[in-house]
Design a protein around this ligand. Sequence first.
Ligand code: ADP
Length: 407
Amino acid sequence: MSVVLVINSGSSSLKYSLIDTATEVPLASGLIERIGQPLSVISHTVHPQAAPGEPAVTMLDATYRSEQPVPDHDAAFAAMLAQFAEHGPQLAEHPPVAVGHRVVHGGARFFAPTLITGDVERQIGELCVLAPLHNPANLAGIRAAKTVFGDVPHVAVFDTAFHQTLPPAAYTYAIDADLAREHRVRRYGFHGTSHKYVSEEAAAFLGRDLATLRQLVFHLGNGASVTAIDGGLSVETSMGLTPLEGLVMGTRSGDLDPAALLHLARRAGLLIDDLDELLNKRSGLLGLAGRNDMRDILAGVAEGDEAATLAYDVYIHRLRAYAGAYIAQLGGVDVISFTAGVGENAPKVRADALSTLGFVGVRIDSERNERKAKGIRLISTDDSAVAVLVVPTDEELEIARQTLAAV
Ligand code: ADP
């Protein structure tokens, strides 16, 4: 059994998953939240493994919740190890053969899962200027993990890597070329691990050859992005230099006229940090309707709340605009997939996003779309020219797969 430990280290959280790469089932997973605050919240879930011949459905996960101070990432690693020791599985019995790390920004340098050497660590550090919220936290996780798991390889899996196949026409912004080059201003794209995983799962589910398919993947969570994938390669994606561009998100604006920022700086006296906070934390659904969770927005729409209805309409309008643009870039589309919190759980969003695409042959089966289910599923009609799917994303599994491939 080859077990891989997957680490997703954020600025105030540590997510981990211990995955058996033979069965692709996690043995345990957990989340440590509010690192650095007086009390952190820890949840550790043990997924029992079915013995040979035993049906897995008869066995229930056990989740252990606790609170304790976790001042930094080193302490978070110690807390994670304590969870394994107390609740299992015992790491000595399932020693990880490698540790896979989610790293948000790989710039233009990293296009594949990469063994973390001292030099790679230094380069991830250099990329902190492009991802000041994410890369420092990723790096802290890598350093803490290397102290604990010193004798196994550590692999970085980058959110940007899948989008390294974007053609120059898609990644270049039309600004002064020298200035852009000097400061590495271009589209990088994010959520790449998810877009790659979902597009491959979709092809496998349909029994089609990935190389022949034109796909759109809508990753709609708190953050949201859409990618056009041609023959398995990312050719266009909605997030840009940072994860701010593109779709309307929970708290992020997505696209707006950059001159709006100049206007707000001049007229409302907003400084750079104010604008950063405005666009990343106080915009999107939250900015429009005071609520960032799509469940609350949908409830507002159902009650006829005006602000929630406008926020929802703007969200859908943007999805349609991107779908149209990307189908034009691809010259047609064979598969459209929805994933992440909103994409997997909000049938109304899926139906409304695609309701104008009858002219390219998209037909949603409303009964299939509304049906509550887990797992990958088809929601288009049998005669739809485009297969529309719900594909639950699994970034941890994809990181484990890529980590194992890299070592
Ligand atoms: P993250 O980007 O943080 O990984 P997720 O992919 O988990 O986020 O998505 C979280 C979001 O999914 C929530 O903020 C909420 O808006 C949305 N969501 C979750 N469940 C539902 C649901 N049943 N209906 C509509 N939206 C949902």
